[in-house]
Design a binder for this molecule. Structure first.
Ligand SMILES: [Zn+2]
Length: 97
């Protein structure tokens, strides 16, 4: 964690506390600007149960292949030797994995 990130975290914390202190004011302001109605419309029209399910399934499907490639057991693309661990080279033929 660098100093810049720490400063950002502290500033974000102060900002969120100020926002929480004025949450009624913020809610009223958002309601006046029409953001609440717009969000309600989006939720009712586009975020149905089916859409949320599809989004979650897509997220799971998109994450899975990466996790598989990072698995502990891989095979060498040259000699098909089973590789265990995170080594960058095949122990059998020495080619880069
Ligand atoms: Zn190999």
């Amino acid at each position: 964690m660098t100093l810049t990130i720490r400063k950002m975290v502290v500033l974000g914390l102060i900002g969120s506390i100020l926002l929480l202190g004025n949450i009624l004011f913020v809610a009223n302001w958002l309601s006046e600007k029409g953001v609440v109605d717009w969000a309600r419309y989006i939720r009712a029209e586009h975020l149905t149960g089916t859409a949320v399910t599809i989004i979650i399934v897509l997220l799971i499907l998109l994450v899975s292949p990466k996790a598989g490639a990072r698995g502990l057991v891989r095979r060498c693309p040259v000699c098909d030797h089973v590789l265990v661990g995170r080594g960058g080279y095949c122990s059998e033929c020495g080619s880069r994995v």
